[in-house]
Design a protein around this ligand. Structure first.
Ligand SMILES: C[S@@+](CC[C@H](N)C(=O)[O-])C[C@H]1O[C@@H](n2cnc3c(N)ncnc32)[C@H](O)[C@@H]1O
Length: 226
C-alpha cells in the first residue's frame, strides 16, 4: 500500500491539495455566484467586458481622478473593463494604454500591448508609446494567478504593486495619480511609507463591486510630488 505524504510548501507547512470532488464543488459554487451576481448581469447589459469595470467606475465616481483628455495607463487590462471606463472618460483627445499577459479584443480609443509588465523589454515598449509625455493616471488591477500557497501569492502580489509603483515614479506627471489593487490588509508598510513620501495623499478604498469575501482592496495615491 502506498503511503503518500501531502506535499510540503517552501516554508515547510503541509499544503492540502483539493480532491476532484472538492474542485467540482468549488467550480459549481463559482458558476452559481456568477449567475446571481448583479454586477455580472449589469456588465452584460451595459456592454462592459468585465464586472471589474464597476470597481473603477465606483472609485472614480467617489474620488474623481479620471478626467477628459488625460493620458492613462491600465496595467492588467484584460479583458478590458477598466480600459473601457477610462477610455469613455478621457474621450477622443485622451489616450488609454492597456497592457496584459492575455490578449484583448480591440477597444475604441485604447492602445493595447500584450506582454508581461515585469519584463523590462515590455516596459521599454510601453515607454515607446508614452513618448515624451508624462502620464496623468496609472491604474493597476494586476493580479497574479494564485498558487494556493499564501506566502508565495502574497509575494507575487507585492512584486506587481512595487513594479507598478516604481514605473509610476518615472512616468507620472506632477499632480498625477496612482491606483493599484493590493491584498491582505492593505499596502505593505515600507511601500506605503514610500508612497506617502512621494504623493500628497494616500489612502485605501474597497468599492462595493469588490466582493466582500475577497481580500482585494485598492490603494489610491493622489498628488504626485514629482
Ligand atoms: C483582475 S484582472 C484585470 C481585470 C481588468 N481590470 C478589467 O476590468 O477587465 C487581472 C489581470 O492582471 C493580469 N496580469 C497579471 N500579472 C501580469 C503581468 N505580470 N503583466 C501584465 N498583466 C498581468 C492578468 O493577466 C489579468 O488579466
Amino acid at each position: 500500500m502506498s503511503s503518500k505524504k501531502p506535499p510540503k510548501s517552501p516554508t515547510g507547512k503541509i499544503t492540502k491539495l483539493k480532491s476532484r470532488a472538492e474542485r467540482t464543488q468549488s467550480q459549481r459554487s463559482w458558476l452559481l455566484r456568477q449567475l446571481n451576481d448583479p454586477y455580472v448581469k449589469s456588465a452584460k447589459t451595459e456592454g462592459y467586458r468585465s464586472r471589474a469595470a464597476y470597481k473603477l467606475k465606483e472609485l472614480n465616481e467617489k474620488y474623481r481622478f479620471l478626467k477628459k483628455d488625460m493620458l492613462v495607463i491600465d496595467l492588467g487590462a484584460a479583458p478590458g473593463g477598466w480600459s473601457q471606463i477610462a477610455a469613455d472618460i478621457v474621450g477622443e483627445k485622451g489616450k488609454v494604454l492597456g497592457i496584459d499577459l492575455s490578449p484583448i479584443d480591440a477597444l475604441p480609443n485604447v492602445t493595447f500591448i500584450q506582454g508581461d509588465f515585469l519584463d523590462v523589454n515590455v516596459q521599454e515598449s510601453l515607454k515607446g508609446y508614452i513618448g515624451a509625455d508624462k502620464v496623468d493616471v496609472i491604474l493597476s488591477d494586476m493580479a497574479a494567478l494564485t498558487t494556493g500557497h499564501a506566502n508565495t501569492d502574497h509575494l507575487r502580489i507585492i512584486l506587481l504593486v512595487e513594479t507598478a509603483f516604481a514605473f509610476s515614479l518615472n512616468h507620472l506627471k506632477v499632480g498625477g495619480v496612482f491606483v493599484a489593487k493590493v491584498f491582505q490588509g492593505g499596502t505593505e508598510g515600507s511601500l506605503l511609507n514610500e508612497m506617502k513620501l512621494r504623493f500628497y495623499k494616500v489612502f485605501h478604498a474597497k468599492p462595493n463591486a469588490s466582493r466582500s469575501d475577497s481580500k482585494e482592496i485598492y490603494v489610491i495615491a493622489t498628488g504626485f510630488k514629482g
